[in-house]
Design a binder for this molecule. Structure first.
Ligand code: NAI
Length: 774
């Protein structure tokens, strides 16, 4: 089967540049072409400027800045010949059919016969795009619809035309899944495909119902966010993020091809204030203001929100509606049954959206799965529409729809007293036209969430669990809020190591939450500091260290497969595993100094070992220890494995997975590969750097103070860190054991936690999510 070894992207705007940079993340060289810049100078300035913008963008589109060198910028007048040797041409130019067709006519004669061509169109039907094109072109053509930002949004919708060769779809599906890490959902050639058809409907229904129920912008976002299992950006926040003007275009182009009786037309007009805001230039985040804006007042940022009736800005509030609280505590049904306007809003948005999704079967898909996948992968919903109907209870949902005068779609009638998904004979099945069929995923795609539905938990508590994931591998799952690690989480980790050593061949540490772990539970640390219960803190730290050490010295291999954030204590778990299978967007680092403490789960010790293990004497160990001083002192993080490796936050033996849904399978395979003849490592020994070492670190610190980079409490924290890394009071050149260093970690943590400035840092982080500079 052919491979994608070289690609071209045409159109260097938002999407084209995003696709190009992400291709380089997969190691694929890319030709990036846009219109020529006329009037002298660099004719490829558009594409070249796009690469420069990519390097400045946040969150970073490149997994490493060096990847930019894999992009060859060019222009469509002078560089068309560069298309002759590429395997895939991805078109991402303006959404105008004639412009796209014109481009296809120009590229067809120069491209290699049999190379693939795809369009990133959001709304234009494939049938129209290829009208008048030769058969050879139609056979090589499909739609690959990426979402913005390309590196981070997981959904890729792929659409084949009647003439598209199966090989085009097969190769691109596999490549986009494995190499680009996308959740590939095959779609029919219907308007808006799956994600936008339902997602844009939900947004518009949200606007209409928020206004109808008299909700404020903030109230609507507080409800149509976490309580519904939707990202906390919410409704109006997402509108601001996408851009109000772009949304007007998207809604129009989505509505245009839909038949008159499609319910989308009822919500498409939205609310008048959108046009008022756009007319005033308030197009959302990119325009500096939208439904929300941030302004300076008295030297501080103040957030405003728009009054939906008057269109005027007023200071924003942070409401926590009762309905939202009920929903978060007791689930979706409690949210939509809540009698206040926020509850009514939730009900009416979901009634409209979920019944619309159900009405699209079988037009857009034969079964619920692709629709649910599209919403989860493309819009970040925790559950897809059909999973939400199951959570509400389909029979209840149907009755309530009828009672409130909403039409009941046939797919919902057909599911009768059952649910759209069920577990049967140890498998997850979904409702199809004539009964249930198994939920099939591509080989290697596996989610812990699915697996758990068909297994009994081995052990666990409210915040962590151990599962049997098959083939002799057990898996520890953290499942607290943001997977902050408490003594209870670590107790399960420690028990799991024991259990795995007795009954399994290997242990995996993995979860499919948004984040592997954001670190040690700060609330616990703060509570100890406020009540001065130092012995409780000492015990918790010791237990944390023991659980991490248990991972290192288990008699079976322990492999972690993280994604999202693996910070602080979360990273300390990772650093004690034998190997990692890391998702390519994972951010790792020891960030404890930001809250005025030092890593104390063995993180200082482990990083010191990584940087000094080959040193023969204190002089050789000195430079490695300085690197660790820099790494931990500055709370450096790496946003990809490519960045993590040079910092030794990841090692050569660690592996990378682009698709999160492959982490479990690939992590398990890595663990099993290590299992045969496995022997745990010997405990490390360290060389004390003594007072001389601390003096070197002090000099670095003095320089940071002189430059205004290190603030007073940074100095306190860094001095304590330096002492720890140099082996405390031990004489330079003497040997320091692992136990000594772990004791120093605990002592340093507790010393720092007893300072008012550290308590202030922790409080600030818990309140705002941002570090306090003091
Ligand atoms: P954009 O406006 O950011 O970029 C379009 C690029 O096309 C510009 O660099 C422009 O110079 C270039 N261009 C214009 N006319 C051209 C021509 N005749 N030949 C070659 N290049 C030409 O647009 P964006 O947002 O990147 O959209 C590109 C495509 O991706 C569209 O089809 C859009 O519907 C689709 N899309 C956009 C998403 C988004 O969030 N912006 C999401 C998913 C799909």
């Amino acid at each position: 089967m052919p491979q994608i070894k070289k690609a071209a992207v045409i159109g260097a705007g938002t999407m084209g540049s995003g696709i190009a940079s992400h291709l380089t993340n997969a190691g694929v060289p890319v030709v990036l072409l846009d219109l020529p810049r006329e009037g002298g100078g660099d004719r490829s300035a558009v594409a070249r400027g796009a690469v420069e913008r990519l390097l400045r963008a946040s969150p970073p589109p490149f997994m490493h800045r060096d990847n930019a060198a894999l992009i060859t910028p060019g222009n469509l007048d002078d560089d068309l010949h560069l298309l002759a040797d590429v395997d895939w041409i991805a078109e991402a130019i303006v959404e105008r059919i004639e412009v796209k067709r014109d481009l296809y006519r120009r590229i067809d004669p120069v491209r290699r016969a049999g190379s693939f061509v795809s369009s990133n169109t959001s709304t234009l039907p494939l049938s129209m795009l290829v009208e008048g094109m030769p058969d050879t072109f139609r056979r090589d053509f499909c739609i690959t619809h990426f979402f913005n930002p390309v590196r981070y949004m997981r959904l890729l919708e792929i659409v084949a035309g009647p003439d598209t060769r199966p090989e085009v779809i097969d190769v691109l599906t596999r490549f986009c899944d494995v190499a680009l890490g996308k959740g590939v959902v095959p779609c029919r050639d219907t308007p808006g495909f799956l994600g936008n058809r339902v997602g844009v409907f939900a947004l518009q229904a949200g606007l209409v119902e928020a206004a109808a129920q008299g909700l404020t912008v903030e109230e609507a976002d507080a409800v149509m966010g976490r309580p519904m299992g939707i990202p906390k950006t919410g409704l109006f926040g997402l509108y601001d993020l996408i851009g109000l003007d772009l949304m007007l275009d998207v809604v129009n182009s989505l509505a245009a091809p839909l038949p008159d009786d499609d319910p989308f037309h009822q919500v498409a007009p939205g609310i008048p204030v959108v046009r008022t805001l756009v007319a005033a230039g308030h197009t959302g985040n990119k325009g500096g203001a939208g439904f929300y804006r941030t302004r300076e007042a008295g030297g501080r940022p103040v957030r405003d929100a728009v009054d939906l009736a008057s269109g005027e800005y007023r200071p924003a509030k942070r409401p926590v509606p009762d309905a939202a609280r009920a929903g978060e505590r007791d689930g979706l049904r409690a949210l939509v049954e809540h009698p206040d306007p926020c509850g009514r809003f939730a009900w009416r948005v979901l009634a409209r959206t979920l019944s619309y999704a159900a009405s699209l079967i079988p037009e857009v898909a034969d079964t619920p799965l692709p629709v649910d996948e599209a919403m989860k992968l493309g819009y970040g919903w925790a559950r897809g529409p059909f999973e939400m109907i199951d959570a509400l209870d389909p029979a209840w949902f149907r009755e309530r729809l009828s009672a409130d005068g909403f039409p009941v779609p046939p797919a919902l009638e057909a599911v009768a007293g059952d649910t759209f998904y069920r577990v049967h004979d140890g498998r997850i099945e979904q409702r199809a036209r004539d009964g249930y069929v198994p939920v099939e995923r591509a080989p290697g795609i596996q989610r812990l969430t699915d697996l758990k539905r068909t297994r009994e938990r081995i052990l666990g508590n409210d915040v962590a669990s151990l599962w049997d994931v098959g083939e002799g591998v057990a898996c520890v799952e953290f499942h607290s809020k943001a997977n902050a690690l408490s003594p209870q989480s670590m107790a399960v980790l420690a028990q799991s190591v024991v259990r795995a050593s007795e009954e399994f061949r290997a242990l995996l540490v993995h979860n499919d939450g948004a984040h592997f772990s954001v670190g040690f539970n700060l609330e616990f640390a703060l509570d100890c500091a406020r009540r001065k219960t130092w012995s409780a803190l000492e015990t918790a730290l010791r237990d944390f260290q023991d659980a991490c050490r248990a991972c290192s010295y288990a008699t079976v291999p322990v492999v972690a497969a993280p994604s999202g954030l693996g910070l602080g204590g979360g990273f300390e778990v990772l650093v004690h595993c034998d190997a990692l299978q890391v998702h390519a967007n994972t951010t790792v680092g020891l960030v404890e100094t930001l809250v005025g403490v030092v890593p104390s789960g063995g993180g200082c010790k482990a990083m010191l070992h990584r940087w000094t293990q080959d040193a023969r004497d204190a002089d050789e160990a000195q430079s490695g220890a300085l690197r660790v001083f820099d790494l931990i002192g500055k709370a450096r993080t790496a946003v990809s494995p490519q960045e993590a490796r040079p910092l030794r936050l990841m090692r050569d033996r660690d592996r990378v997975t682009m698709n999160r849904d492959r982490l479990l399978t690939e992590g398990k395979a890595l663990a099993l590969a290590l299992a045969d003849g496995y022997a745990p490592p010997a405990p490390p020994a360290f060389i004390a750097l003594g007072r001389e070492g601390m003096a070197v670190m002090d000099a670095v610190l003095d320089d940071l103070v002189a430059k205004g980079i290190a603030l007073p409490h940074d100095v306190v924290v860094s001095r304590a860190l330096a002492r720890l890394l140099c082996g405390g009071d031990a004489q330079r050149g003497t040997s320091v054991s692992e136990d000594d260093l772990l004791a120093l970690e605990r002592e340093t943590f507790i010393d720092l936690a007893s300072t008012a400035a550290t308590v202030a840092r922790i409080e600030h982080m818990l309140e705002t999510g941002r570090p306090l500079r003091n």
